[in-house]
Design a protein around this ligand. Structure first.
Ligand code: NAP
Length: 212
């Protein structure tokens, strides 16, 4: 049976790429956006779109879906209050709603080094703590999960190749298109769930990332 994928953060940069490429590949996708005027991008591509706000109501968006992508974030233009409300509490609420909805597979877009928040620069530590606590809640949940931890995001075309190990002296960037393709790869895995992977641009074909 084909499983529907509900995408939180669908209107974001990674979200749009994932939805567009996924729909083109035939994946049944439901995009969650927070404003009416954001519907058009998805509707014009025959992608189902529903309204949902991570600071408010969204639970109905999961109805009838088996898989979840969380690639929402408050972004760099807002303050730490929004990081707490969206990146932390919004993510935790989606995880808890996913438990209630018996979701089969949850793919979280986290951030590289979220496991060691105090290694970040002082201005980024609260964001890394938000990511870590949300990730820890997902790991502790009853939902099978893949946690993707990308490095610094770029808008370059995806190379289709990544590296999964952080090491000093190597690049910490990754194209958003590569991340979007890693989300799709996670859902294609023959043994889905319960993995945590860091992601940087590299030499490993994305097609091999979850092949085992
Ligand atoms: N920037 C980096 O270098 C970096 C590195 C590692 C990981 N990440 C993480 O990667 C993820 C995706 O990145 P991106 O560049 O695609 O982000 P983005 O373009 O900023 O997209 C974030 C999305 O989250 C949505 N959102 C924010 N608040 C919301 C709310 N209250 N309810 C519902 N949706 C809400 C935004 O909605 P609107 O479209 O309505 O604004 C937007 O569509 C984020 O979680 C980010 O933290 C970023």
């Amino acid at each position: 049976m084909t499983q529907s994928i509900v995408v939180f953060g669908a209107n974001g940069k990674i979200g749009r790429i994932f939805c567009e490429e996924g729909a083109r590949a035939g994946l049944p996708i439901r995009a969650v956006v927070r404003r009416e005027d954001q519907r058009a991008f998805f509707a014009s591509r025959n992608i189902e779109v529903v309204l949902g706000d991570l600071e408010g109501e969204f639970e109905q968006a999961l109805e009838g879906c088996d898989r979840v992508v969380f690639t929402a974030g408050s972004g760099g233009q807002t303050g730490p209050d929004k990081t707490m409300l969206v990146d932390l509490y919004g993510a935790i609420r989606v995880i808890e709603a996913s438990e209630r909805a018996a979701i089969d597979h949850f793919v979280m877009v986290s951030a590289a080094r979220a496991d060691v928040p105090l290694s970040a620069t002082p201005g980024m530590r609260h964001y890394m703590v938000a990511k870590k606590v949300a990730d820890d809640r997902l790991v502790a949940s009853s939902v099978a999960h893949t946690i993707l931890r990308p490095g610094r995001l770029t808008d370059l075309p995806g190379s289709g190749k990544i590296r999964t190990r952080f090491s000093d002296g190597e690049g910490v960037e990754i194209s958003r298109q590569n991340v979007a393709q890693c989300i799709a790869a996670a859902f294609e895995s023959p043994a889905p769930g319960n993995r945590v992977v860091e992601l940087f641009d590299g030499d490993q074909p994305i097609s091999t990332l979850f092949a085992d």
